[in-house]
Design a protein around this ligand. Structure first.
Ligand code: CDT
Length: 322
């Protein structure tokens, strides 16, 4: 039996700092209703989809910072979205800032969840590749303080859902080959990725004109090289003075874009995704069991880069005293 999943991109335009959770959940619900009318099983929302992208500010008041985080999921303000999902029979991916108390300790993560058509959470992912910086850098036109506000997640789990194998990633994760491959070796068939990407990257303004190209490049390469569907969803437009790219799209396992948004506002784009299309790639060119050579890739897990081992100690160079 064919395994089709009707997927909707639920792209968002800017969320103002003053916008309440209730107002945002209304917007998410409106997109979900439209997606349902068009026969969708699943809608994918962006990273940190419940608030403005607050890591652009250096926030010193802990109460102000914590107000951007969810302590419960669903919580009082997000429960209506879960109820709507259950009523309509539409699942969703949602990115949000998570405040978790684990063994008496408070942790903060940049998180996404996968919710099935009964409104039940079937997967949670915590962002691994946190971009930006940890200290206030006033020279920047805006901050990118993810390394200050979040702890990094530890792995890339996959989940049985919607009749297939699903994985999640968040924004900067999509630029890293390892993100896709970690899920590829677990047989992933669809990877859902929300993002907030400013057009301008203060340390590398020479990349600004390439920001949409790089978005497509990594989503398409990740899909093809792992024989998986990839769904990338933006929060786009000018949010609190920062211009963020749109470019949300659904990429087939062939690497081809099969649906895309054309604006930088709240917008749906849809595709009927056949999960069995993955097999054409997973059974041939990218049959990992036949062709991968993990023994030749050991440095990937051992080293962080040319100079440091994964634990942060320096790489021993030939000739170094032992
Ligand atoms: N949110 C997020 O991860 N944004 C980063 C900005 C990095 S600047 C190149 C991204 O990778 O889009």
């Amino acid at each position: 039996m064919a395994r089709f999943v009707n997927v909707a991109i639920g792209q968002l335009g800017p969320i103002a700092r003053s916008e309440t959770r209730a107002q945002v959940v209304q917007r998410l619900g409106a997109l979900m209703r439209q997606a349902h009318q068009m026969g969708c099983d699943l809608i994918v929302y962006p990273e940190l989809a419940l608030t403005t992208f607050f890591p652009r500010w250096y926030i010193e008041d802990p109460n102000e910072l914590d107000a951007y985080f969810e302590r419960d999921m669903p919580g009082p303000e997000t429960a209506p979205l879960f109820e709507l999902a259950r009523t309509l029979g539409v699942g969703f991916y949602l990115g949000y800032a998570e405040l978790a108390v684990e063994a008496g300790q408070t942790h903060r993560y940049n998180t996404s969840i996968l919710v099935d058509r009964t409104g039940t959470i079937v997967g949670k992912y915590r962002k691994v590749h946190l971009p930006g910086h940890a200290e206030h850098e006033p020279w920047r036109t805006f901050q990118h303080l993810e390394k200050r506000y979040f702890e990094a997640g530890k792995d890339f789990p996959v989940f049985q859902a919607f009749g297939g194998v699903f994985g999640m990633a968040i924004c900067n994760d999509r630029r890293w080959t390892e993100t896709y491959r970690e899920m590829g070796v677990q047989g992933v068939e669809m990877i859902l990725i929300g993002y907030n990407t400013p057009v301008h990257n203060p340390p590398a303004p020479e990349h600004d004109d390439l920001s949409l190209f790089h978005n497509q490049l990594v989503l398409q390469a990740g899909a093809y090289q792992n024989g998986t569907w990839v769904v990338g969803v933006a929060k786009g437009g000018i949010e609190e003075g920062v211009d963020q790219i749109g470019g949300s799209c659904i990429v087939a396992p062939s690497g081809e874009i099969v649906a895309a948004c054309t604006t930088k506002g709240d917008e749906l784009a849809l595709a009927r995704c056949d999960l069995d299309l993955c097999n054409s790639f997973k059974d041939t060119t990218f049959n990992f069991d036949v062709h991968r050579q993990p023994d030749a890739y050991r440095r990937l897990a051992e080293r962080r880069g040319p100079r440091l081992m994964a634990d942060g100690t320096p790489v021993k160079q030939a000739g170094d005293a032992t």
